[in-house]
Ligand binder design. Structure first.
Ligand code: VAH
Length: 316
């Protein structure tokens, strides 16, 4: 049975990945951890550790004490937040990964680390972005994600550490709000549509980005870690996507369920510039061929689920 440590459990992905892992592998076999002890009590229904991932000694002790064999590393400053403090982004995103890879090497753990569409840049083919292509991002987030992909590949090739990862698109969810991302508009809009029936979007019409609903993201993270390693031609940073849309398409999908919803625009130049540097849509055929990636949610199915769940949460 796997013994799993989730680092960054209180974040947008961790808040849902941790319970999903516990459902599959058993509550006592999944240790949640986060620098923030004041987190969703659900995380403390199983083993929980307060952990600053930059404290390599404490990380090592936790891995040894709990006999961990698999680490999910969800620690990162996202794209827009990173542009406000590049040094912190480098320190946290790469510092945490470096500590996790080193402990994994010494304790023979497998490691999952998410990359992102942010690992691509203006020179990358924007439509049907290939799995193997130019990666010259112009955000510090993207730089740390490309470096992370290369570090994980190195630790696999040089030390045999079982590292695997995904290039996630924007992820939409209804449990833990994201913080400091460029794609966060696609989460905020649902909350505003339900509470106020209107939303002011900071990205302009026609800004197409890859997106995915959280249940698909969770299945992808677990799926790649459960994949037969002999079938993997790639390891770190499989392109995975479920849909590509712009703000207008998202607004139209919401209007099908909230007819009097309206959206206007007030462009955030920093986030618009970041979004413009990212692909419009990725080719995820490698993930589909090598480990059976196959998302369940399209835009309208996601909107229906988001509006159903958030209406109960926000209007009750
Ligand atoms: C961000 N949500 O916007 C994150 C993600 C693909 C985007 O990495 O920074």
């Amino acid at each position: 049975m796997k013994r799993i440590l989730v680092v960054g459990s209180a974040g947008q992905i961790g808040a849902e990945l941790t319970p999903a892992l516990r459902k599959i592998y058993g509550e006592s076999n999944v240790v949640a951890s986060d620098i923030n002890s004041n987190c969703n009590p659900v995380l403390k229904q199983g083993p929980f550790e307060v952990l600053d991932a930059l404290d390599d000694k404490h990380l090592h002790t936790i891995v040894q004490t709990h006999k961990i064999d698999t680490i999910f590393n969800l620690v990162a400053l996202l794209s827009a937040k990173g542009e406000k403090d590049p040094q912190l982004s480098i320190k946290v995103n790469l510092g945490a990964l470096n500590n996790i890879l080193e402990v994994a090497r010494q304790e023979h753990c497998a490691v999952f680390t998410p990359s992102s569409i942010g690992a691509f840049g203006p020179g990358t083919p924007a439509d049907n972005t290939p799995q193997d292509t130019i990666q010259r991002p112009n955000t510090i987030y993207g730089v740390t994600k490309v470096a992370g992909e290369l570090l994980c590949d190195y630790y696999f090739k040089r030390f045999g550490v079982d590292t695997r990862g995904l290039r996630f698109p924007g992820i939409i969810s209804n449990v833990q709000l994201p913080g400091g991302g460029t794609t966060d508009y696609a989460v905020e809009i649902y909350y505003e549509a339900i509470k106020n029936k209107k939303y002011t979007c900071y990205l302009k019409e026609g800004t197409f980005l890859d997106m995915m609903y959280m249940p698909d993201a969770i299945n992808a993270a677990i799926g790649v870690m459960e994949a037969d390693p002999s079938k993997l031609l790639h390891r770190n940073a499989f392109n995975v996507t479920a849909m590509s849309f712009d703000p207008e398409m998202l607004s139209d999908s919401i209007k099908k369920l909230i007819p009097d919803f309206s959206m206007d625009y007030s462009i955030d130049p920093v986030k618009q510039s970041i979004a413009d540097s990212w692909p419009n849509s990725m080719d995820d055929s490698s993930a589909r061929n090598e480990w059976g990636w196959n998302p369940e949610y399209n835009l309208d199915k996601m909107s229906a689920d988001m509006i159903d769940i958030l209406s109960k949460k926000l209007l009750s």
